[in-house]
Design a protein around this ligand. Structure first.
Ligand code: SF4
Length: 380
């Protein structure tokens, strides 16, 4: 894979820079164009189709979009919702992202879990029924090393059938090493696809390198990862244009790594400790629904993931429409499940229902909660 190919695709389409032409085009989409798009076969991506579905004109047609998204999701995934839990292993971070409570200049309690401490939290998560776990960390390369991840993954495999990570970018070889140790999914969000905005929000640290971050999903896909998690931080730039860039990124990966599965996540700006609290591009519930529906109607097989950042009402509503995976009972601080409840959390959660309560809600809406739909043995 040519790492600059994606950069060229985004640049040629004016999705990483100077995006005014897109905002103008979005405003000229008509009702007729939206209806014509909704008459076409659902689930296939083109930039034009997605632009129509995320346009202001499409806001009047959310009900019809939701009906199509619901049918398509049931057709591809059945009436199932997968459950997972995040395990934060370190809140030490060398970066200075303006929006994050873990940023290196905030004065918070920093905690790094030893393998044994992480396993203690993992025991709590496993006892709740989870078999899918997501390891999360700030950019803490000194502590969260390849050896650390590999050892932890080996031990976690006794309890979990699927292990993913959401940590700093690694090299292709490093991804291959952790894949070999049993990690089969990576989530890494671009935060914003707009280079100028990216530079403004990422003040210091390795994360300032936009292109390195952009190339990371290609590296972990190339290393064999089965689940590729993409997203941007909702609130930093115009969500409609960001969605187009995200989709272009996903389409690029799907073309080169058709065996892997794309998962879209929707991290929405939430209040965190000691960080900026005014945002120029906040995304309303209605906007976020439109974004999720539009992506479903362009990517029939993509996973749609909703975390506990979102509130109970919103999560319950979207689960019956297009969501395929939710977290539950989450603690967003290292040791939060038991060993160190005082460590600072990355963001506040809005849905604090336990795993059991979530499973009951899923059953109540007529869906099946899925704790395990994969086993590492399948990939051997
Ligand atoms: S968003 Fe990630 S990289 Fe940025 S400060 Fe927070 S933990 Fe560090």
């Amino acid at each position: 894979m040519n790492e600059t190919e994606l950069q060229h695709i985004l640049a040629e389409n004016n999705l990483d820079w100077n995006r005014d032409a897109w905002t103008e085009s979005l405003d000229t989409v008509t009702d007729c164009q939206v209806l014509a798009e909704l008459d076409k076969t659902s689930g296939k991506f083109s930039l034009q189709r997605l632009m129509t579905l995320v346009s202001p004109a499409a806001e009047k047609h959310l009900e019809q979009m939701a009906q199509q998204a619901r049918l398509l999701t049931i057709q591809r995934f059945g009436r199932t919702i997968q459950l997972y839990a995040p395990l934060y292993v370190s809140n030490v971070c060398v970066n200075r992202c303006k929006y994050c409570g873990y940023n290196q200049s905030t004065d918070i309690v920093r905690t790094q879990l030893t393998i044994d401490q992480a396993m203690a939290d993992a025991e709590v998560i496993a006892a709740e029924g989870f078999r899918h776990i997501l390891l999360v960390s700030g950019e803490d390369k000194q502590f969260v090393t390849i050896d650390y991840l590999s050892e932890l993954a080996r031990r976690l495999q006794e309890k979990f059938s699927s292990i993913s990570i959401e940590i700093h970018p690694l090299s292709r070889d490093e991804y291959a090493q952790v894949f070999k140790a049993g990690i089969e999914g990576v989530a890494l969000y671009q935060e914003t696809y707009d280079r100028e905005v990216y530079a403004d929000y990422h003040l210091a640290g390795p994360k300032r390198d936009y292109d390195n971050r952009l190339a990371s999903p290609g590296r972990f896909a190339d290393a064999g990862m089965r689940k590729l998690g993409l997203g941007f931080l909702l609130g930093l730039a115009n969500w409609r244009v960001e969605t187009l860039a995200l989709a272009q990124h996903a389409a690029y990966l799907m073309k080169h790594y058709w065996r892997a599965k794309i998962d879209f996540s929707f991290p929405r700006i939430c209040p965190a400790t000691n960080v900026k609290s005014e945002w120029p591009h906040l995304v309303s519930d209605k906007n976020m629904v439109q974004m999720m529906l539009a992506l479903r109607l362009c990517f029939a097989d993509a996973g749609i993931v909703l975390s506990t950042r979102e509130n109970v009402k919103f999560r319950d509503h979207m689960m019956g429409i297009c969501v395929t995976r939710v977290s539950a009972g989450s603690k967003t601080n290292p040791g939060g499940y038991g060993s160190d409840e005082d460590a600072a959390e990355q963001f506040s959660i809005d849905d604090d229902r336990t795993a059991g309560q979530m499973a009951a809600v899923i059953e109540k809406i007529g869906y099946e909660p899925v704790w395990k739909d994969w086993d590492a043995a399948f990939s051997k």
